[in-house]
Structures are given as structure tokens and as C-alpha cells.
Design a protein around this ligand. Structure first.
Ligand SMILES: Nc1nc2c(ncn2[C@@H]2O[C@H](COP(=O)(O)OP(=O)(O)OP(=O)(O)O)[C@@H](O)[C@H]2O)c(=O)[nH]1
Ligand SMILES: [Mg+2]
Length: 425
């Protein structure tokens, strides 16, 4: 069975705890603090890979758990970094958070990688908390917890050409005539439930992938029929071949045409802007020619009349497809810029920032800002509790995130007035 949707759980590892230790050497009666930092927990990544074609394996293996980072040790030894987990998924997998359907990424090219759960950072050992007032801090941070998320993976069909139209208009039949695919064909609606793919090879040596798709009915964009599933698949098709049934269906062909186009428009994602080839199907049926003449007048666009049964005009459709594919770019599934705009955070009128960050040299940074310095100076750092208060302030202001964005690297030195600590992510 073709599975195009899976739900998985990912859990990144917790960071290792920082250590509290002191140097005890023969000739150094009161050695300084020497507790090392904890190691980073394992992150979990998804990677688009040519080697995987379906999401079927995620039916059996659904949970991915990263190892925790190692604890810091004495003599300033860092805890072990846990090995990240990389999970291969088919090219074309789109990832969402299950809980609120937030879009996380579109793995649309081979090798593209997406971090879906960040490993916790290791806690700092006590040697990080030395200051002029507290030379032997008995304090260390615990590692940052890992993340736990449930993800929806969706594989969008990667086809160049998608066949759309009402149920039973002959989409699967056309696919079976032009490719080696063997889709089910029957005269009842919704014969096709999951799309079939076929490779169409032309006489000039070129080829493209065509997909028949489940039939579409009015209200599909609200989930009627197999609608939404169908529409999800077609997002990946660059060219749409829109089949209009000219046999005696009891419906009006022009009305069919209008309804399908409205559904494409209502679903969004610029589906309606895809280049469309109009095809009148089942021209061998009685009365088809008369209906075709009427339809031609109603639609001011070329409509290719075909009969899959008699193999009439089929090549014409294929060459039109090829022509359009040459000039049609791939459509981005999600406008990533638009996504960012959606999440833009607006703040009130410019307020003086709580803190500022200045780069002193390649691996040294300085935190400033009047409010931050005031807070620092009012904190009694001669006790471990005082240091902890300061560190949690730094965390709650997300200063470390800002440092990361500015390019700070593990091991960099951060100054806050005369206090000094090590940057670790
Ligand atoms: N006379 C005639 N019948 C056709 C032609 N093409 C398809 N049919 C018939 O139309 C019926 C439906 O064909 P399908 O190819 O299954 O239609 P579909 O569009 O894939 O239908 P769904 O998968 O249900 O959406 C079948 O009974 C076919 O034999 C044609 O060119 N001429
Ligand atoms: Mg079909």
C-alpha cells in the first residue's frame, strides 16, 4: 500500500549535568574549582534521501530517542557529546508539528536536512562560575532537558503532470494507455483512492512522470469525497491535465469544468495558477462531438478531444505536456518567506533594550546595557545562590540565543562587567 502520511515521535537527549569538583594536587592545598561541563544531548534530524521512497517504514518504527550527554567530570573534563540521530525520509516529505500543525520544513531536495529536536546543552561545571568574590563556587548547572515532539510527515507525490477531473472521466485509463502503470479502472466513482504513477516516454527520448489522481467533486476543498487527499497530492504537479467527460454523464461539461477549477482555486497554494491542458475525454461516445462543439464556444481556450479507447489524439496531449514542462518551474510548496512573515513578532514603541552584546574579539563577547548592568551589580555574587540568580536571569532574557545568532561558539568567553563565564550551547 502506498503510505503518504506518518506520525512519529522524536525525543532529543538531555544535556549532561555540569560537575562540582576542586583541584586537589599535592602542592596545591586549596586548588580552584575544576568541575567540567556536561556534554550536549543528541539532536534528531530528518534528511531527504533518494534511497527511501515511501513513509511505510514509519509504521513500524515511530519513535526516535537521542542519547543524553555525559556528565561533566573533574579536572575540567567535558562530559561526552551524544551522537546525533539522522533519520532518512523520502524526498518530498513535508514536516509539521502534530499539536498545532506548525510547518517545520519541506525536505524537497536530496540531502536536505532539518533539525526536528534539539539536543539539550550540557550544564556548566563549577569552574565556570569563578568570580572575584566567589573563588570556590559550589555550584553547577544541570543539563538542559531534551525536546519531545510528535511530528506529522507527509509525502507529496512528485509528479510532473497530474490528471484531474470528476470521478470516472477516464484519468486512470489515460495513464494506463500512455505508461506501463496498471491502475484500477472501473465505471464507478472513486475507483482511484491513492494516486498511481507512470513514466511517460516520448519518441524523442524525453520522459516525464504522470499521476492519475482520485476524482474531485464539488466541496473537495472542504474535505468532500477524497478531496483533501487529492489536493495534497496535486500540489507537487507542475502541469495539470484537466479531463472533461464528454460522454453522456447527465451533467453539463461546462459546469464540470467550472466546478473543478473552483475547487483548485479554493484550496489555495496557487493550484489554480498551474498551467492547465484541457482535454475532452471519451470522444468515441455518442453525442460527444456535439457536446464538444458547445463546450468549445463556452471555454475560450484550446481543448484537445481524445479517446483513450480508440487511441485518438493521445500523442497530442503528451507533446503539449512536454512543451509546458519545459517552461514551467517547480512550484515551492510553502513560501518560506511568507511563513516567517506570519510569525513576525511586533513589539511596542522602541524601548531601551535590557541588554546589549558587543563582540570584543573572535572568541570574547561582552554583555552590556544599563538595565542588565544594574541587575548584575545588585546581585550578591559571593554566594552560590547569587550566581544562580544571575544565570537564570541570563537564561530568561535569552541572551544565549542572541549570542548564538551572532555567531558565538562553544568555549567563547563572555564578560558581564567583571564577571566572566563560558558560552556553551
Ligand atoms: N468510451 C470510453 N470509455 C472510457 C474512455 N476512457 C475511460 N473510459 C471508461 O470510463 C470509466 C472510468 O474510467 P477510469 O479511468 O477508471 O476513470 P477515473 O477518472 O480514473 O475515475 P476515478 O478513479 O473513479 O476518479 C471506465 O469504465 C472506462 O472504461 C474512453 O476513451 N472512451
Ligand atoms: Mg481512476
Amino acid at each position: 500500500m502506498f503510505i503518504d502520511r506518518a506520525i512519529i515521535e522524536v525525543r532529543s537527549g538531555k544535556g549532561g549535568d555540569g560537575a562540582i569538583a576542586f583541584l586537589r594536587e599535592k602542592n596545591v592545598p586549596r586548588g580552584g574549582p575544576a568541575g567540567g561541563n556536561g556534554g550536549r544531548g543528541a539532536s534528531i534530524y530528518l534528511r531527504a534521501s533518494k534511497k527511501v521512497n515511501t513513509l511505510i517504514n514509519f509504521r513500524f518504527s515511530k519513535t526516535f530517542i537521542g542519547d543524553d550527554g555525559g556528565k561533566g567530570e573533574n579536572k575540567n573534563k567535558y562530559g561526552k557529546y551524544a551522537k546525533d540521530i539522522i533519520v532518512d525520509v523520502p524526498i518530498g516529505t513535508v514536516v509539521f508539528l502534530e499539536k498545532d500543525k506548525t510547518f517545520l520544513g519541506d525536505l524537497n531536495t536530496d540531502g536536505k536536512i532539518l533539525r526536528v529536536a534539539k539536543g539539550g546543552r550540557g550544564g556548566r561545571g563549577n569552574s565556570c562560575f569563578k568570580s572575584s568574590t566567589n573563588r570556590a563556587p559550589r555550584i553547577a548547572e544541570n543539563g538542559e532537558p531534551g525536546e519531545r515532539k510528535r511530528l506529522i510527515l507527509e509525502l507529496k507525490l512528485l509528479a510532473d503532470v497530474g490528471l484531474v477531473g470528476f470521478p470516472s472521466v477516464g484519468k486512470s485509463t489515460l495513464l494506463s494507455v500512455v505508461s506501463a502503470a496498471k491502475p484500477e479502472i472501473a465505471d464507478y466513482p472513486f475507483t482511484t483512492i491513492v494516486p498511481n504513477l507512470g513514466v511517460v516516454s516520448l519518441k524523442d527520448g524525453s520522459s516525464f512522470v504522470m499521476a492519475d489522481l482520485p476524482g474531485l467533486i464539488e466541496g473537495a476543498h472542504q474535505g468532500k469525497g477524497l478531496g483533501l487527499q487529492f489536493l495534497r497530492h496535486i500540489e507537487r504537479c507542475r502541469v495539470i491535465v484537466h479531463l472533461i467527460d464528454l460522454s453522456n454523464t447527465g451533467r453539463d461539461p461546462f459546469e464540470d469544468y467550472r466546478i473543478i477549477n473552483n475547487e483548485l482555486k479554493a484550496y489555495g497554494f496557487a493550484l489554480a495558477k498551474r498551467p492547465q491542458i484541457l482535454v475532452a475525454s471519451k470522444m468515441d461516445e455518442e453525442g460527444a462531438k456535439e457536446r464538444y462543439e458547445i463546450l468549445k464556444k463556452q471555454i475560450n481556450q484550446e481543448i484537445i478531444p481524445i479517446s483513450a479507447l480508440l487511441d485518438e489524439n493521445i500523442d497530442e496531449v503528451l507533446y503539449r505536456c512536454e512543451e509546458l514542462l519545459k517552461t514551467t518551474p517547480e512550484f515551492p510548496l510553502f513560501d518560506e518567506e511568507e511563513q516567517l512573515l506570519d510569525h513576525k513578532v511586533y513589539t511596542l514603541e522602541e524601548e531601551e533594550p535590557y541588554f546589549t552584546i558587543e563582540k570584543i574579539n573572535a572568541n570574547t563577547w561582552s554583555i552590556g546595557g544599563e538595565k542588565m548592568l544594574k541587575f548584575y551589580r545588585m546581585t550578591n555574587l559571593s554566594t552560590d545562590e547569587g550566581i544562580m540568580v544571575l544565570m537564570s536571569k541570563i537564561r530568561s532574557l535569552r541572551i544565549e540565543d542572541v549570542l548564538e545568532n551572532l555567531g558565538a561558539k562553544d568555549g567563547d568567553t563572555i564578560f558581564l562587567d567583571d564577571f566572566q563565564f563560558e558560552y556553551i550551547r
